[in-house]
Ligand binder design. Sequence first.
Ligand code: DAH
Length: 332
Amino acid sequence: MQELSSLQAKNAQEAEALRIKYLSKKGEISQLMNDFRSVPADLKKELGMRINELKNFAQEKINTLKESVGETTAAGSSSIDLTRTPYPIALGSRHPITIVKNEIVDIFSRLGFTLAEGPEVEDDWHVYSSLNFADDHPARDMQDTFFVESHPDIILRSHTSSVQSRVMEKTQPPIRILCPGRVYRNEAVSARAHCFFHQIEGLYVDKNVSFTDLKQVLLLFAQELFGPDTKIRLRPSYFPFTEPSAEMDVSCTICGGKGCSMCKGSGWLEILGCGMVDPAVLEANGIDSSIYTGYAFGMGIERITNLKYQVKDLRMFSENDVRFLDEFVSAK
Ligand code: DAH
């Protein structure tokens, strides 16, 4: 043992020579094993233990020597190969809905809009009544709204317009907010409809806010989102909470307006609803409509994501299929 503990090796060859000297088949310790056969039976146990001890000691000593001269042994536990190529790391991606939401939020925040949030489980007042929906308006119907059983007044919000009311009841103008969030509707799930999806609502209330302001902001938004050549068109429409109301189309993002299968030959794609906040809505939420005016708009994020990335089936957004999500790794 003493002889073994004082062993030295300057390099890998010397360490290997020591291994051969002591531990190889014909080495000194293996030789002892051979001699062991001729030892009387009563000494075998004691001697066997000693030889094993010696062998382990030699093995450890030589491993240490090998490591210290830079050679890694097969059993060398502390050996880390820093030159080895790493395993490829699978990069995650943001969800496409988040990517598009962030892009929209970014555009409007440059125009001074700040974020506001409201609850997904809402009451009838904030989703409908405060927004001028008549008691018998069809949107309240079971067809559309999810009700909380035994609490007919508590519902899952069916649009983010509810946040308009949440903010107006607590804040006096100027108000300039953007409210992204999830909404729920009682629809059968298919490629073209889902029981939950995402919207972004915008609201601006101040003195002298006009329809011209709304139109200019929406034009800038459309050109930032879809490119500087994008055109917009406003068509008269109806929403209970805006008067006048409009729906906005953008020139087709695929054919630029010539007509293709995406825009069904019309050259236009509808992307949002908007209008001037109805004075009755301002009043219902504690804002003096003789002093203030405002505009509002609301859009579906899935719809815009479909236009940007040509996602054909709405269900892809909630299935979390990694092959689908991987498509967005290089997006922002
Ligand atoms: N809340 C409407 C919907 O879910 C979208 C909308 C239309 C929002 C017009 C607005 C608006 O703020 O002015 O279909």
